[in-house]
Ligand binder design. Structure first.
Ligand code: HEM
Ligand code: HEM
Length: 178
């Protein structure tokens, strides 16, 4: 079935998750960059408000994607190298950990959080919960930028490997042939 993966190519579910998340991550990094480079400008006011809700959506998609990768693990194209395999695993890990730490910080701050109008955390009065906030304060932005660096390396490797004598990695993730 074309929606499942096979040894020759990724199926439509994996492809949709891969390219859909790539597009959403591009926006997520634009919003992060707007905060770093254009604080208190119109650029930040435009991009930054989407950072938290989109970050939550990316976490939900990452959980679905990792679950799907586990279900399909015996039924996917083989990695081109041990390094590629380790790199993909590390990207999955960062896709899960980076937003999770931020959500813990959001909860621990006692502020309410209503992504897309859904009342996820009602917020609370009183002391903030320091242990829930500390990991993101220390690591969230670093992990985010490390993920971006890995994506750049991944992109470079994907195009570098795409040659007549090499494994057709781009077409098995992009192509529509069965
Ligand atoms: C895959 C998802 C996410 C990625 C890749 C990501 C990435 C980043 C990056 C790179 C920064 C640093 C910006 C700077 O240098 O100023 C940042 C900051 C921030 N993010 Fe995220 N983020 C994600 C999800 C979330 C979520 C779910 C929340 C909250 C619910 C969140 C809240 C924040 C906040 C409050 C900051 C500013 C404080 C700080 O630098 O730690 N992020 N994010
Ligand atoms: C324009 C950008 C991108 C290109 C050209 C690209 C290319 C590819 C290709 C060709 C493969 C198949 C590798 C193989 O068959 O061995 C692949 C797999 C993969 N890519 Fe990307 N990719 C891009 C963006 C991203 C982004 C933003 C992420 C997110 C973190 C990502 C994470 C992964 C992972 C984890 C895999 C393993 C299979 C899967 O779970 O989808 N890629 N990519």
């Amino acid at each position: 079935m074309a929606h499942k993966d096979s040894k020759e190519r990724y199926g439509t579910i994996s492809k949709t998750l891969h390219w859909g998340m790539a597009a959403l991550l591009l926006w997520q990094f634009l919003s992060a960059a707007s905060r770093l480079l254009f604080e208190e400008t119109a650029i930040e006011s435009f991009f930054w408000p989407t950072h938290k809700p989109l970050g939550l959506l990316l976490l939900v998609l990452a959980v679905i994607r990792v679950t799907w990768a586990l279900v399909q693990r015996h039924n996917r194209p083989d990695s081109v190298s041990a390094l590629a395999k380790a790199g993909h695993r590390l990207m999955y890990l960062l896709l899960l950990v980076t937003p999770t730490l931020a959500l813990m910080r959001q909860y621990g701050s006692g502020r309410s959080f209503e992504p897309f109008g859904i009342p996820l955390f009602p917020g609370f009065d009183g002391e903030k919960i320091d242990w829930m906030m500390a990991p993101a304060s220390l690591f969230h932005s670093w992990l985010g930028w490390i993920l971006l660096a890995m994506i750049m390396g991944h992109l470079f490797m994907a195009f570098r490997r795409h040659g007549p004598s090499q494994v057709p990695v781009l077409s098995r993730m992009w192509g529509s042939r069965d």
